[in-house]
Design a binder for this molecule. Structure first.
Ligand SMILES: [Zn+2]
Length: 195
């Protein structure tokens, strides 16, 4: 019997025909920042399915076991990450399929870290090569979004000089700065585009 059919069966058994049963004792934060308190199993499936899209800036969704404060994250690369409330004990598990991820979350919601202790967790958040690849992918994503913003700023005016001392460029409409210095002012970090 599928989980959905099982849920409906249990619902009938308990006299509840409308509401799907909820996964108790947990809060899930989805990869794009929504949070779900005690979601249904179907909702957990949806949250996990969101990980099929690539988004290096938001690679994971995580469940917190409320009684213990431990957290189990699942990410788009098939890693699970287990951490205590202070992130002092962090473990990872590679090669987790979406279905295994759901099973991990259900066991974790029920029993916290004891529920998933039968897995071969390795110490540390991720292997160094994964950390480096992630950083590069996130940086490329940031560059793409910064570039799109920069290019949306429009032309610099010949008759209004950029206010930044020593800059020979003109200011864009609605700013006292050229495109580059407008971005630096806004982002509070160097702008990599000069065109
Ligand atoms: Zn300038």
């Amino acid at each position: 019997m599928s989980d959905g059919a099982f849920g409906r069966f249990m619902g009938r058994l308990l006299g509840r025909t409308e509401e799907a049963p909820r996964v108790l004792g947990c809060v899930v934060v989805t990869r794009w920042g929504g949070d779900d308190v005690e979601p249904t199993v179907d909702r957990l499936r949806e949250i996990i399915a969101e990980l099929d899209e690539r988004d290096a800036e938001h690679p994971d969704a995580w469940m917190t076991h409320e009684a213990s404060g431990w957290t189990l994250a699942l990410d788009e690369d098939g890693f699970a990450r287990l951490s205590d409330p202070e992130f002092e004990n962090v473990f990872h598990l590679p090669g987790v399929t979406r279905e295994q991820g759901l099973a991990l979350w259900l066991a974790f919601a029920a029993e916290g870290r004891d529920g998933v202790a039968n897995q071969s967790w390795a110490a540390g958040a991720f292997p160094p090569e994964i950390v480096a690849a992630r950083a590069a992918e996130a940086d490329a994503a940031t560059e793409r979004s910064e570039r799109a913003f920069y290019d949306s700023l429009g032309a610099e005016r010949d008759e209004v000089p950029c206010r930044r001392p020593g800059c020979a460029r003109g200011a864009i409409t609605h700013s006292v700065f050229c495109r580059t210095h407008h971005c630096e002012q806004l982002w509070n970090r160097p702008c990599r585009f000069k065109h």
